[in-house]
Design a protein around this ligand. Sequence first.
Ligand code: S3P
Length: 204
Amino acid sequence: MLTFTPEQRRQFAEDIDGDYRPKTNKTIVLVGLMGSGKSALGKRLAVALDRAFIDSDSIIEQESGLRIRDIFELSGEKKFREIERKIILRYLQGPAIILSTGGGAFCTPETRAGINAHAISIWLDATPKILLRRIGNTSSRPLLHTGDPLQILSNLRQKRLSDYQQAELHVRTGRHSRRLSMKKILNILEQNSYIEALSDKNEK
Ligand code: S3P
């Protein structure tokens, strides 16, 4: 469970316009491809709503003592998905948090069903080109090692689109800043009455 130092809070708060309060006691889960901003925006959302933040990949690494790419190499993707599903379903039973998931988690039917039954899901989407630019170094992403990363991301996006579309809320994170992406996320949560603004967003 990740909580933040005062310094991190200050840093993340720079990308948050206004003050908000959750009106839901459900966990908010961020889904979408690698590079869509699940972790960076998830941490900011956690600060905005004063909730703890969890990244499912980090928990998998902590609990197994292995890096994601080593799990893929040693045990294969099927085993990884099993571990991922168990961890995500476990956190969905706990207190309301902000949960950022690995890019393929929402494409495992049981994991997706658990998320949709217990949490609010937000799909963060961007074009493959933007995703790859944000990912930068692909060394920790085993799925991008089998060929041209841009082509792989395009194929994955096509293949997973119908899964991601089953997320409750959709946000395009595009080429713009984290601050603007945060605004879009907070706006859509507010429009759906999951959070409320405590101050005028234009005041800051
Ligand atoms: C994966 C995405 C990765 C990680 C694993 C598999 C995927 O997480 O879970 O490499 O299937 O798209 P990020 O989306 O956080 O990079």
